[in-house]
Design a protein around this ligand. Structure first.
Ligand code: FE
Ligand code: FE
Ligand code: ZN
Length: 277
């Protein structure tokens, strides 16, 4: 059974989000752990989270994948930017312990001119600080398109981060189809080769979830602009190959395409159909 969902708004609370997932025909979901631009956090409503925990179990909605705001930068050259990201992540993970058994993904960061090596060093040290506390949630590094000075644009960079961790078993990887293609991994023509490369460099068992997006830009453009499935440079066949793949089809697959409710509903249906086509 395929696990497909989309990025949803948490504005109405957790329970409302589960209800919306049901109406979408989704079997997983993602949401921003807090406002992606401001970093403001919702008041903690434990009753709502508990209701979501039980409702989600009943619906078979877990694991879900909460997304950290993309403004966090653990690799910044500014101490206050790094410590804001780190303390926000701690708070996000503390909250997620009320809905155990799920994933929390974040963008590794941008080195803003300090160099990849320095950036990775900063990310590793922040994560090791984070992992000193016993959160239950598995953290996922998102593979990036390589826009600007983004870290995580290659499997080697992701592996360098994982290698530095004191508790690597608590951290996994999330692959985003748009980012992969924009970064120069040809999942359109050679999905199998790309996965073999990932397996050799990182280990396929570290891959815990995927973002399913078409790309507005050509191969290796390093742009990161998501497109609706089938309307971008990746095309429907790519997504068919993913949902038919023996390992990938077992992962939570999250849509982050520029869609409204109806559009997401259709894309969720489409992926289900492609799996059985
Ligand atoms: Fe992301
Ligand atoms: Fe993504
Ligand atoms: Zn993206």
């Amino acid at each position: 059974m395929l696990k497909v969902g989309c990025h949803q708004s948490i504005a109405g609370g957790y329970r409302a989000m589960a209800q919306e997932a049901k109406e979408l025909g989704a079997t997983t979901l993602s949401y921003f752990s807090r406002n992606p631009r401001g970093g403001g956090v919702r008041a903690l409503d434990l009753k709502d989270m508990q209701a979501f925990h039980f409702l989600g179990q009943e619906m078979g909605l877990f694991p879900i994948v909460a997304h950290a705001p993309y403004t966090y930068n653990l690799a910044s050259d500014k101490t206050h930017v790094r410590s804001f990201a780190l303390s926000s992540m701690k708070e996000d993970l503390q909250r997620m312990d009320h809905i155990p058994g799920n994933y929390y993904n974040f963008h590794p960061g941008s080195h803003v001119g300090q160099g990849v090596e320095k950036g990775i060093e900063l990310i590793v040290s922040a994560l090791n600080d984070l992992l000193k506390t016993d959160y239950q949630t598995i953290i996922l590094l998102e593979a990036m398109a390589g826009k600007g000075s983004e870290i995580g644009r290659s499997f080697e960079e992701l592996q360098s981060i994982l290698q530095g961790l004191d508790h690597p078993q608590r951290v996994g990887v999330l692959l985003d189809t748009c980012h992969l293609y924009d970064a120069g991994y040809d999942i359109k023509e050679d999905l199998q080769d790309v996965l073999q490369d990932f397996d050799k460099t990182v280990g396929l068992n570290k891959l815990k979830a995927m973002h399913i997006n078409d790309s507005k830009n050509p191969f290796a453009s390093h742009k990161d602009r998501h497109e609706k499935l089938g309307l971008g440079s990746l095309g429907i066949e790519t997504f068919k190959n993913i949902v038919k793949h023996s390992y990938l089809s077992t992962l939570p697959l999250i849509l982050e395409t520029p869609q409204d409710f109806e559009g997401y509903k259709q894309e969720i249906q489409l992926l289900g159909q492609l799996a059985f086509s």
